[in-house]
Design a protein around this ligand. Sequence first.
Ligand code: MV4
Length: 689
Amino acid sequence: MFNKILIANRGEIACRVAATCKRLGIASVAVYSDADANAKHVAACDEAVHIGGSTAAESYLRIERIIEAARATGAQAVHPGYGFLSENEDFAHACEAAGIVFIGPPVEAIAAMGSKAAAKALMHAAAVPLVPGYHGDDQDPQLLQREADAIGYPVLLKASAGGGGKGMRVVERSADFAAALLSCKREAASSFGNDRVLIEKYLMRPRHVEVQVFADRHGGAVYLFDRDCSVQRRHQKVLEEAPAPGLDADVKRAMGEAAVAAARAVNYVGAGTVEFIMTPTGEFYFMEMNTRLQVEHPVTEMVTGQDLVEWQLRVAADEPLPLTQQQLKLDGHAIEARIYAEHPARGFLPSTGTLKHLRMPEGVEFAIDAAGLGEPGRKAPVRIDSGVREGDTITPFYDPMIAKLIVHGATREEALARLARALHACEVVGPHTNVEFLQRIVASEPFASGDLDTGLIERHHDALFAPGKKPFREALALACAALLTREGGTAHGASPWDALSHWRLNSGYTQTLGWRMIDDAAHDDGAAAFTVVFARNGGGQTSSQTPAQTLEHDGVREAFTWSAGAGAHEFRATIGDARVSGRVFVDGDRFHVFCHGEALAFEWQNLLAHAADAEGGEGRLTAPMPGKVIAVLVEPGAVVEKGTPLLVMEAMKMEHTIGAPTAGTVTEVLYAVGDQVTDGAQLLVLDVQ
Ligand code: MV4
């Protein structure tokens, strides 16, 4: 076994690999970019080497620099994680050339699976089931048309060099084929530099079922059962589980054996995943093979009790596989939910910023017990794999995943209940997250009943995005409690003298608190503004008919009491006959309330300050996230309507259009095309008429 390895990755997967190294007594070397100087993965490793600037191209994709770091630190092997260089043949080759072990498959196996058409030819020879179709070298358009006609419509055109759903066209009728072929080839050429296509019968309502395989250098190859990853959004996995629910034992065995045959056909070594597409009736067909450890590997770890990173290290060190096929056993059910910093109500736009508050449910990190060594705690019912801590920043440079929440149960039902509960215990203040979206999928009928296919999210879009029922009154009571506590008893001043001012002998005291609801499901700016009147009666007037304190909202007055709870940010309140306890995180004037498993946010409107503000009447237009200006659509002097697009930013590979919040005249444009802007930077000045 190695005594030191370098981890050529970042985030949760780098932390995950470091945890196994620590447990096995292997020293670990981190590499990091400028943006990651204080990242969790750097702290998780024994040593760290700075490899360059913040973009991936300047750091995590620099083959030479990473090899140099491995040499300089005396690392014997490199773990590539997933993404970045994990499936890069040149990198695997460069490691080999430098005498460093690449913890992954041989270069030839990566190459064999790189082309869909070539992989299908190999799989056909190995008797692995393929979707009926054509994957030949001859790309003559008339031949392709004849092949498509013979397969029968609808057919799916796929770029041979593509992946992840890019470069695909569904063709419904023979008459549409020629045009679709041209368009598919054009996209394939520009996206992958290769316009070769293949044709498949288009399958309706497919499931994505994949098999975890492992092979060693001594002729051993096994499958560690299956996972269902059908719940996806634009080819991004959202929920994954093991085993795939509802499959007959003989289908599972046949699929596992087909996956091992696929691995053997390319002389595979190490961890791999064979993806199948499955019809509602249980037929399965080879799709592609991922030649790396996958994001969703923890669900397999939980149901097998095995540490897959340990398996990878042992195989890379030339040891035989730790277990035979007969020794591998399935235990219970595991589900993983990926928690992302993104904004579901804005088309899942990535959401950057500092994690001002981050609370995950009670669980075990990276399958390692509390002491951080010894027995893997894989059977712990809740596991959290995360590459960030409270106070860290989600930047536009990398994948905005905050954590993977993985639960285990004796049955799927038990795992599902545990997942629902765990999601309700997640608290994030700072970036927007998909936590509520995940809660809704997990609670949905098709997911709960295991009726999975790749169209689940789209088909249930309306229910998944409908306005939610939230404990508004209780959360508002907690927000008022936090505000009144912060202001020492009054919302208008914090001085101790002010704090006493409410106490008036024999007379009532009232305060009007202005609030604005910040609703994640709607846009921040469309939120409702309202007031709450807080009243505290004078000492002499208290009786059972007149409560000592009341809150009045929307014409309803209710008894109100509050107290600070045991921990910081904890409050208890009663409002009418409801009792509530929860946490309130105050970020400037924003009050983030977590109670009854839900997150609600209110913005305090300083009514006095707002009255003064209203005179100014100037439209502010700020960058919603750090990024680059890619188009300026107006010039100073332009008269615009409410909603007129003014400027386009690019952040995290997505475009974001800044529109006019109100009608007005643009008086200044503060940035030019190509400029980098920081989060919250004012972009233009709009004079409101
Ligand atoms: C298909 C298909 C239907 N029929 N192939 C999408 C990504 C790539 N890995 C394969 N994909 C598909 N191939 C045939 N013949 C439907 C999909 C597909 C899909 C597959 C897996 C997971 C999610 C998906 C979402 C849309 C389409």
